[in-house]
Design a protein around this ligand. Structure first.
Ligand SMILES: [Zn+2]
Length: 372
């Protein structure tokens, strides 16, 4: 019996060792209870790729609401497991903060388990999920997108040449080697993803009564997208911001810098004590949100003025000055510096330029060129 047991243990160990070691934990959430019946699930390393959104579970007397239940089925499955471990109550609402796939293409496992759950989003989010913006990205991803990106990263490492032609530091090399090791599992998850149509939409506000607890969903205007939804729990002063707040570096794709700064002021007005960003660590004061506001206002003002002078996008890119704000995001860290450029500086300048020129940032029709 003892020999058989140890053989079993050995087999288990062998099975776990045969996993690609670096892909381990790629989608693994850690859970924390923020207040009675309010849980947040986060992958500890926000910079690892693919990015994984933060998930919030809110329990009421009658049921469970989940805010951003996941971008990957592996995430949706963990949310389901967490709910089952917490309570026999059903999930009644799955709220989608915005249309970007890393917040919604993994919710199918949760819907399979709770087919009565309502899927809630802003009206624009539903249109974008079912229209060209989501379709064009999904098609490229299903066409081997993660593996193709890994191949080009492999080549960049072999040539010691980053996307901007610079050489790659040792710290960055370790990051990108893990990126390559994670690509196969990332692609496998892409092939399991689905697009689920929201069943309840709203334009400005929606309150959801879970029994003894009301969840407030608010759209404060165009920000990271045209359909961002912020969730507030008034009594607990907890706010889930979706990707209107992402730390340690923000995402700027297809966004609306000036209006976004106003959205962040509305979030500050809630006088939250805990802010759950769309990605990254919890925030317990306003310093990071203030930095975002300052940055977005500066980008909008600079790009607006340069575009009004008739400068081309390339000339605007050259001229915009991030030196006052960039070190406060990156602190000189090479990975954060790389992603501050890739995920924020480049796309936010493009987005602000489009706004200044009246070019649509998130086109819902087929010829969507500028959408992320
Ligand atoms: Zn996101």
């Amino acid at each position: 019996m003892r020999a058989r047991l140890s053989l079993f243990v050995w087999l288990l160990l062998a099975a776990s060792l045969s996993l690609p070691a670096q892909a381990e934990g790629l989608f693994a959430l850690e859970w924390k209870e923020l207040a009675r019946g309010v849980w947040v699930g986060q992958r500890p390393d926000p910079m690892r790729y693919p990015v994984v959104c933060n998930t919030v579970i809110v329990e009421g007397r009658d049921g469970i609401l989940v805010f951003d239940a996941g971008g990957f089925p592996a995430q949706g499955e963990q949310v389901f497991a967490k709910v089952k471990a917490l309570t026999p109550k059903p999930v009644t609402h799955i709220v989608i903060s915005h249309w970007h796939g890393d917040h919604n293409r993994g919710i199918q496992p949760l819907l399979d388990a709770f087919p009565g759950a309502k899927v809630v989003s802003h009206t624009f989010t539903r249109d974008a999920m079912l229209g060209a913006p989501m379709q064009s990205i999904f098609k490229a991803e299903r066409d081997g997108g993660a593996l193709k990106t890994a191949e080009s990263v492999k080549k960049a490492l072999a040539d010691d040449k980053a996307i901007d032609g610079s050489s790659i530091s040792a710290a960055e090399r370790a990051y990108w080697e893990r990126f390559i090791a994670d690509a196969e599992l990332h692609q496998a998850e892409i092939m399991r993803m689905t697009i689920v149509a929201p069943t309840i939409t709203f334009d400005r506000e929606l309150d959801i009564d879970l029994g003894g607890r009301t969840v407030q969903l608010r759209h404060f205007g165009w920000g990271n997208t045209k359909g961002d939804v912020v969730m507030t729990l008034g009594a607990e002063r907890i706010v889930a911001a979706g990707d209107t707040v992402v730390a340690p570096v923000p995402y700027g794709f297809g966004s609306y810098p000036e209006s976004w700064a106003s959205v962040l002021k509305r979030i500050k007005d809630t006088r939250y004590v805990t802010l759950i960003p769309g990605h990254g660590p919890l925030l317990t004061d306003t310093s990071y949100v203030d930095l975002l506001i300052e940055t977005l206002q500066s980008v909008a003002a600079q790009v607006g003025a340069l575009a009004a002078e008739g400068k081309s996008l390339d000339a605007v890119r050259e001229a915009v000055d991030f030196s006052k704000v960039e070190p406060r995001f990156t602190h000189g860290d090479p990975i954060l510096t790389r992603f501050f450029s890739l995920f924020f500086k480049q796309p936010i300048v493009q987005a602000a330029y489009n706004v200044a020129k009246g070019i649509e940032n998130e086109k819902l029709t087929e010829d969507a060129g500028a959408a992320k």
